[in-house]
Design a protein around this ligand. Structure first.
Ligand code: ACO
Length: 810
């Protein structure tokens, strides 16, 4: 594992340090040529201007500063010079010309475009197939705003840095990723679109719960009983850990080959996660034209498991080596770290740990408290994996970030905070307050509650001690009190009356059997219902033998509350499953209590233990350790009231009338949709696609008609001359490492099969599979290959065919 002192890639930092090594490779391809040239230009110009230190292995922070300085310098250039730089990555607008970037007439002059040299608009491109003046490469750019121009220049610098990093990195997997991102940025600069990563890697977040959420849950789960100061310390320890992880430098999969801690399956999962980390977390930290995600917010248990051992060792070592740098009042973070890591390790290994359960959630009060503490206390010193104690808030520099990046960051922050808490806590708190107030203000409802569930009434009776629940049983080793015996006798009668098919002796035998217990519902000191059960702790389940409520008390909610008590009782004793043979008439009741005929336990777990009955149905209920069943209905009810209140609040916002837009009167030709006031507030998101007015919702289109149209498109696509690489699935025998890189393969044969099975119910599904064929191909193969060309050509043909049938949006 790497993750050593410097936060740089193992072989080469993406840091703005440039050499000349790009030039040789640059001759091989047009795009690379421009990049290498421009990259080396920056090197010389930096060195000559003296604004940037000479190339050397630097820390993450200094790398970021160098990149930012260089960008700022380019942003401050006169416009003519900026355009000259842009021209090197802009397609010639001369009709029929295919040149993708202007080249300086003298081979090495491009180096100076970032310092002194400013070519004339009339100077001719050195590219023999172009020879058009610089002007023809920028004619389409002269009208763009300053900020758009700076965005493009920022992306160009990112691209150049990527190219240089790619030249130096030794690891083939990493190199491939750099190349992919380089091409992506190159394409974005050419087309003036924002970089969006699509493809077989999937979209972040990749796992739920994310590491941040699980670590917060761990603090609650393990340390909530501590006093506030100790709890505060553990929270800071957890944050220090997350900070370390977010700056951790993961080792390439090839360097981990032979690592005994990784199974074969782990190794291939690690490879995918490593690629995701590079693409979404690590590279964008340096290339701010790409959207960046925090490692701890997009990855979960799978990634942490594969890196934890080595990473925690490193963190412990750092704690020791940096102990003296920590202010005295923060030393407890260092001393508590091993304990915290040990607890986290244990939860990582446990398959049923609640902290890794996506539904587990510390109570809101805890989350709010933690936030308050976080705001009140000055940020703790944290150990970054860069090796130095850094203030936790320092993270990455955002000085001079392009506007689009800031927007993207805001979106990213919104997405990640949405990922943790669906709505800002203040909004939820406001809704909760309003629900509570409406309850207290509506006095008549308190006296005569309308629409209150039976469960609430039973709970109210229980609170008033009008009814009681007791687990009772016979014993041969301990004295059994008279009251218990009387209740057992009463229960025996209840069961005998309500289950007339059961022989009385059999009921007596089991009710008084010492291995069986009965949960008794007592009213006025008489049993009015009960559940007789037998726990099998070694098997992890409890068998429900009899369950009944006296006739006069049925359908009042007692049966439900009895079952909820039994569930809580079982959970407290580590039992996670209830099994019963339900009478035909009682199946409906058991279904309502969460039982199902679908038995999730393997038969050997219960066969031979549970008593089997003819003409009864085996039913199973899985218990969730973090649910308090006796509170569950009330919680759900409360939540639904809060939801209703939130919907009402949102409704009020949507109804808000805003002043109209004045920007068009002021001469603006267009504005981004997202800048229209109120649109985001009602939930509009940039990625939402408009529904075309000319066609009804595709979901409502006749599926049979769609299927016929898809069949005809598929047939035409199959017969195209460029279709041959995609006709059937790629086999591992043909391309051994294909499935290491491509997680979601697709081909025309599979699409045909899916079409026959009726999978393509919507146009979107059909298009997504076809798009996957092309994106997989372009991800795996490089542009100079025949495969890549086939993908491009077939994709164009596919779009034409779809357009012919009116199935294409644009
Ligand atoms: N079939 C379908 N639904 C039922 C049945 C039934 N036999 N019994 C109750 N329910 C429903 C209720 O209508 C209610 O639904 P709702 O909340 O949507 O209105 C829900 O189940 C729970 O009702 P409760 O009032 O909480 O249950 P109750 O106190 O009536 O107790 C019980 C249910 C124990 C099944 C009771 O009706 C009874 O004693 N029945 C006779 C004995 C019996 O059949 N026991 C089960 C035999 S199987 C065995 O013991 C393993």
């Amino acid at each position: 594992m790497s993750g050593g002192p410097a936060i740089t890639l193992k072989s080469q930092p993406i840091d703005g340090n440039n050499g000349n090594s790009g030039n040789a490779a640059a001759q091989q391809q047009q795009t690379a040529n421009n990049a290498a040239a421009a990259a080396s230009s920056s090197s010389s110009s930096q060195a000559s201007s003296g604004t940037v230190p000479p190339a050397q292995e630097g820390t993450r922070q200094s790398s970021l500063q160098r990149i930012q300085l260089r960008k700022q310098k380019v942003f401050n250039l006169p416009e003519a010079q900026k355009l000259a730089k842009l021209s090197m990555y802009s397609a010639c607008q001369f009709e029929g010309c295919r040149c993708t970037g202007w080249k300086t007439p003298q081979e090495n002059r491009h180096r100076d475009v970032e310092s002194s040299y400013c070519p004339e608009p009339t100077e001719e491109c050195r590219n023999a197939s172009c020879r058009h003046p610089l002007r023809s490469h920028i004619s389409h750019l002269t009208e763009i705003s300053r900020s758009s121009m700076d965005e493009l220049l920022g992306a160009i610098i990112d691209m150049e840095n990527l190219f240089m990093s790619m030249q130096r990195v030794e690891d083939e997997d990493t190199k491939k990723v750099y190349l992919y991102l380089f091409r992506l940025l190159r394409q974005c600069v050419l087309t003036r679109q924002q970089a969006v990563i699509r493809g077989p890697l999937g979209d972040p977040p990749f796992e739920s719960p994310c590491i941040t959420k699980a670590v917060l849950s761990l603090v609650f789960y393990k340390y909530n009983h501590l006093n506030p100061t100790e709890l505060q310390t553990m929270t800071e320890v957890a944050k220090t850990f997350l900070n370390f992880l977010n700056h951790y430098n993961f080792e390439s999969p090839s360097a981990r080959r032979g690592d005994p801690t990784l199974t074969h399956e782990d190794a291939s999962t690690y490879k995918i996660n490593y690629t995701r980390w590079l693409v979404f977390c690590h590279v964008p930290a340096f290339c701010n034209s790409l959207r960046q995600f925090e490692t701890s917010l997009v990855f979960g248990r799978t990634l942490l498991r594969t890196v934890f051992q080595y990473m925690s060792q490193q963190l412990k070592k750092k704690c020791i080596s940096e102990r003296d740098r920590f202010p005295e009042d923060k030393r407890s973070i260092i001393t508590q770290m091993p304990k915290f890591l040990e607890a986290l390790r244990a939860e990582l290994l446990k398959d049923d740990s609640p902290i890794w359960d996506s539904t587990y959630r510390p109570p809101n009060s805890f989350v709010v408290q933690q936030r308050k503490r976080h705001q009140e206390v000055a940020p703790p010193a944290t150990i970054s994996s860069a090796g130095a104690a850094a203030p936790s808030g320092s993270k990455r520099s955002s000085v001079g970030e392009p506007a689009h990046k800031r927007v993207k960051k805001e979106v990213a922050e919104r997405v990640t905070s949405e990922n943790q808490d669906d709505l800002p806590i203040e909004v939820v708190m406001r809704a909760m307050k309003s629900v509570a107030e409406s309850k207290t203000s509506n006095k008549s409802e308190i006296l005569f509650p309308i629409n209150v569930s039976r469960d609430e009434n039973v709970k109210a009776e229980e609170q008033k001690r009008a009814i009681e629940f007791h687990v009772v049983g016979n014993s041969l080793t301990k004295p059994v009190d008279k009251q218990t015996i009387l209740w057992l006798l009463g229960l025996q009668l209840v069961f005998a009356y309500q289950l007339p098919e059961m022989p009385r002796e059999y009921i007596s035998q089991l009710v008084f059997d010492t291995k069986h217990k009965t949960l008794a519902l007592i009213k006025e000191n008489q049993p009015i219902g009960g559940i007789c059960f037998r726990p099998f702790p070694t098997q992890g389940f409890t068998e429900i033998v009899f369950c009944a409520v006296t006739m006069a008390e049925q359908v009042k909610g007692y049966g439900t509350h009895l079952m909820n008590h039994l569930k809580d009782y079982s959970i407290q004793r580590g039992i996670k499953h209830l099994l019963t043979f339900a009478d035909c008439d009682a199946i409906g009741y058991f279904k309502k209590q969460g039982f199902s005929k679908d038995i999730k336990l393997a038969r050997p777990v219960y066969a031979g233990y549970i008593k089997e009955y003819d003409s009864a149905t085996l039913m199973h209920c899985e218990l969730h350790p973090s649910i308090v069943n006796t509170q569950f209905i009330a919680v759900i009810r409360n939540q639904s009231e809060i939801l209703k209140e939130l919907i009402a609040q949102r409704h009020n916002e949507v109804q808000k009338v805003r002043t109209g837009l004045t920007c068009f009167k002021e001469g603006l030709p267009s504005i981004p949709v997202e800048s229209i006031p109120g649109l985001r507030e009602i939930g509009w998101k940039p990625q939402m696609r408009p529904v075309r007015a000319s066609r009804p919702l595709e979901e409502s289109t006749d599926p049979e008609k769609l299927a016929t149209q898809f069949a005809s498109v598929l047939q035409s696509v199959r017969q195209h001359t460029a279709a041959w690489p995609f006709l059937r699935p790629v086999t591992a025998a043909e391309v051994p490492d294909y499935y290491d890189h491509i997680k979601y393969p697709m081909d025309l044969k599979t699409m045909g099969e899916r079409l026959k099975k009726g999978y393509y119910q919507t146009r979107r599904l059909f298009m997504a599979d076809m798009a996957r064929i092309f994106s997989n191909c372009r991800f795996y193969n490089s542009p100079e290959t025949e495969y890549y060309r086939c993908a491009n050509s077939l994709e164009r043909y596919f779009q034409t065919k779809m357009r012919e049938l009116g199935l294409w949006d644009k």
